[in-house]
Structures are given as structure tokens and as C-alpha cells.
Design a protein. Structure first.
Length: 134
């Protein structure tokens, strides 16, 4: 009986560990690292949450209409370890974002490559295209 109980507990533990790993996605599964775009606008929302932080930006299109964009970044823990902190961003900041395009063609969704702020400083996120080809 004890052996059966330990086997069931081991199986449950293995499932608890494996399921989140299976749920995580590769950057190249969702974003096309050969296609990038740049957009300039104002940060409207910042979600510094796991498994990925998100930033939202409003920009003007060629007709002057406001267009909302969503951008994914890395996990907050990884960002912090690489020196990118939540305090570096504020709603209302004017930024230019370089991003990789979504594979499914969603036009207002991207994976952030870099933030360029109005004062001239930049925050680079992630890898270059050539790093994904390895």
C-alpha cells in the first residue's frame, strides 16, 4: 500500500512539473524573427507579470487615428537579471518600439526587440535575428 501511495505521489509531482513546461512556447513559434516593424507612440499600460511582461502603446496611423498595440517581452525575472527593471518604464512615456511581427499576421502585436525613449536612451530586449538561426 505504501509503495502504491509513493508511486501515485511521484506521478502527481511529475505531472505538476511537466504541464507548465509543455505550456510554455518558443519565441519562434509565435513571432517571425525575420520580419520586424517599428512604431512610435505613448505607453498606455504595463503588465509586469509572469510568464511574460506586456506593454501596450497607442500610436497614430497615417490618417491620425489612434491605433493600439500590444507587445510581449520576456519573463520579469529574466528581465531583472539582465538589468531591465519595471521602474524603467512609465505609462505616458513616449517611445519608439522595434519589434518582431506575429506569425499569425496580427498587425498590432509584436515581440519587443528594443525601446527607444524620447530622451535618447534605449533598452534592448532579447536577441538579434542571427541568434535565432543557430
Amino acid at each position: 500500500m505504501r509503495t502504491h501511495f509513493l508511486s501515485v505521489c511521484s506521478l502527481m509531482l511529475a505531472l505538476l512539473v511537466a504541464v507548465p513546461l509543455l505550456a510554455h512556447h518558443s519565441i519562434t513559434a509565435e513571432f517571425d524573427t525575420s520580419k520586424s516593424f517599428t512604431v512610435k507612440g505613448t505607453l498606455t499600460k504595463i503588465e509586469w507579470v509572469n510568464p511574460h511582461a506586456y506593454v501596450y502603446l497607442d500610436a497614430k496611423d497615417e490618417n491620425g487615428a489612434t491605433v493600439s498595440y500590444s507587445f510581449e517581452t520576456g519573463p520579469p525575472g529574466n528581465l531583472r537579471r539582465s538589468g531591465v527593471l519595471r521602474t524603467m518604464f512609465a505609462v505616458g512615456d513616449s517611445v519608439t518600439i522595434d519589434a518582431w511581427a506575429a506569425k499569425d499576421g496580427t498587425k498590432h502585436l509584436g515581440l519587443v526587440k528594443a525601446f527607444h525613449f524620447a530622451d535618447g536612451h534605449s533598452v534592448v530586449m532579447g536577441k538579434e535575428q542571427k541568434d535565432f538561426e543557430k
